[in-house]
Design a protein around this ligand. Structure first.
Ligand code: 5GP
Ligand code: SF4
Ligand code: MG
Length: 474
């Protein structure tokens, strides 16, 4: 079982008139695919009816030409790509979550992780809520539905619900007349919106999805902000803004987000370049070539090369066409998978002293296999530079780095890790380097808990990963 997991991507459209929504959703979600590859789903509102399509698989496996045709037109739409962090990879855990009721229908998609989901679910179950999935998003949905009984509008119910939620949530939700976006008060996960030249409003986890549907970026949604899109226009509710310190996930800049996206005004590509530049200054070494591990190590490698005047070269070719159905979880087969996925380019490796850049070392398995590939291709020396600090703590906000025992840096010193992974030298980005990458001081404005142990929210003692699954699915 893999213990680190990607998180999710959310997408939403509000159109003043009925349009072909399915193609917008397809393009938007495809450009968020890097945020989650386990399941995908779309809900579209047409004439006060919800149409939905969701399943396990990639966007193009779920949103087939037939599915897109069936989904057809509408005026409001939300979509989601998912890699499970809470709840297993089952169809009932695919999002958006759709609740059809006579009084209030609701569809909801979520990126992040609710730290107190277990307590909230226990309370809701005692009050009569019936759950169908094992994920924390359904807890948010039930909370909103319960609060709708005493609220005049969906945004009121959302505001009441937000008071009980602890953790990371970038949400898109819809009923038959509104599209709503909310980013949690800490702003852990990204969320932004834009508008197409035809007048549709687009919400997305990343600006890459706005580009994909040719929407002009308007702005990032503020931490704690609720933005409502309806026939009257766009309304911002800022009751929860500035209540908590902003602590956006620094790992978004290191690994999650796509290099062509920009988050809270910072280009991901440039941030990674700065990380590489800092590594070059901190750990200079004589070498022939700088190579990056596709995809998230490439920008830092280019940054390192520029700052060190050592040429950048393509180290690996990534095969993007391996059918997922052949991916098997056993260790031996995973090694084969890496060989199929990344193949070294011999003339750039053979007889060369190499600087190898990756975004992170979590358990160390990827590096170990890469080193084997590079040695097999005749590399003379391998000096690894990592564009994040050592992983020392679990994440409770949407990244399933769940146990210290799997984190190689917890039990080993840098020189021990060098030996274990077969490297000639190893250098991690320092916290000062993180500041340089993020252009801040003392990591102000960012969560760095997996590196520093400074959690921005209280962590309940009984927070368990896959907490609902332990109970229901084993
Ligand atoms: P390791 O093999 O050391 O356990 O993991 C490090 C590698 O996994 C790096 O190449 C990094 O790009 C990638 N990685 C880091 N975080 C995540 C994550 O949350 N999910 C996935 N799938 N890969 C990750
Ligand atoms: Fe991001 Fe790490 Fe904080 Fe999790 S603990 S939100 S991965 S910075
Ligand atoms: Mg990687």
């Amino acid at each position: 079982m893999r213990h680190i997991k990607e998180e999710c991507g959310v997408f939403g459209v509000f159109s003043p008139t009925s349009i072909s929504m399915s193609s917008l959703a397809y393009f938007g979600l495809s450009s968020l695919q890097h945020r989650g590859q386990e399941s995908c789903g779309v809900v579209i509102n047409e004439n006060d009816c919800f149409k939905s399509c969701k399943n396990t698989g990639l966007v193009n496996e779920v949103l087939t030409p037939q599915a897109l045709q069936d989904l057809g037109n509408g005026d409001i739409c939300i979509g989601h790509v998912r890699y499970c962090t809470t709840g297993g990879n089952h169809i009932q855990n695919a999002q958006p979550i759709l609740i059809n009721r006579i009084a209030h229908s609701l569809a909801l998609a979520h990126n992040g992780n609710i730290v107190n989901a277990y307590e909230l679910r226990k309370k809701l179950e005692l009050e009569g809520s019936i759950f169908h999935s094992t994920n924390d998003t359904e807890v948010i949905a039930h909370l909103i539905i319960k609060n709708q009984l005493s609220s005049s509008s969906l945004q009121d119910a959302l505001q009441k619900s937000a008071q009980s939620l602890n953790g990371a949530y970038s949400l898109v939700l819809m009923d038959h007349s509104q599209l709503i976006a909310m980013r949690d008060p800490h702003g852990f996960r990204p969320l932004c919106y834009g508008q197409t030249s035809r007048g549709e409003y687009i919400i997305a986890s990343e600006t890459s999805a706005l580009d994909a549907v040719e929407a002009n970026f308007i702005r990032d949604i503020l931490p704690g902000e609720i933005v409502v899109f309806d026939k009257q226009g766009v309304h911002s509710i800022q009751t929860f803004c500035n209540q908590k310190p902003k602590t956006t996930c620094s790992f978004e800049y290191i690994y999650f987000a796509r290099a062509d996206s920009s988050l809270d005004g910072q280009s991901i590509h440039l941030a990674r370049m700065r990380a590489g530049e800092f590594l070059a200054k901190t750990y200079p070494v004589e070498a022939d070539i700088v190579i990056g591990v596709p995809d998230s190590g490439i920008d830092a490698a280019i940054g390192y090369a520029r700052a060190s005047n050592i040429p950048y070269g393509v180290g690996f070719i990534k095969n993007r066409y391996i059918a997922r159905t052949f991916i098997s979880p056993t260790q031996e087969e995973r090694i084969e998978k890496l060989r199929l996925k990344l193949n070294p380019i011999l003339p750039n490796i053979k007889g060369k002293k190499i600087i190898l850049i990756d975004d992170s070392i979590v358990r160390g398995n990827t590096t170990k296999r890469l080193v084997k590939l590079l040695r097999g291709a005749g590399a003379k020396e391998i000096h690894m530079r990592v564009s994040s600090p050592p992983f020392l703590n679990p994440c409770f906000y949407g990244t399933d780095i769940d146990s210290k025992e799997y984190l190689i840096a917890c039990a080993h010193s840098v020189s021990q890790i060098e030996k274990l992974l077969g490297l000639d030298s190893l250098g991690y980005l320092t916290l000062e380097g993180m500041d340089y990458m993020l252009q801040t001081k003392g990591l102000q404005g960012y969560c760095s808990a997996c590196f520093t142990g400074n959690y921005p929210t209280p962590i309940p003692n009984n927070t368990k990963k896959n907490q609902f699954e332990n109970k229901e699915q084993k």
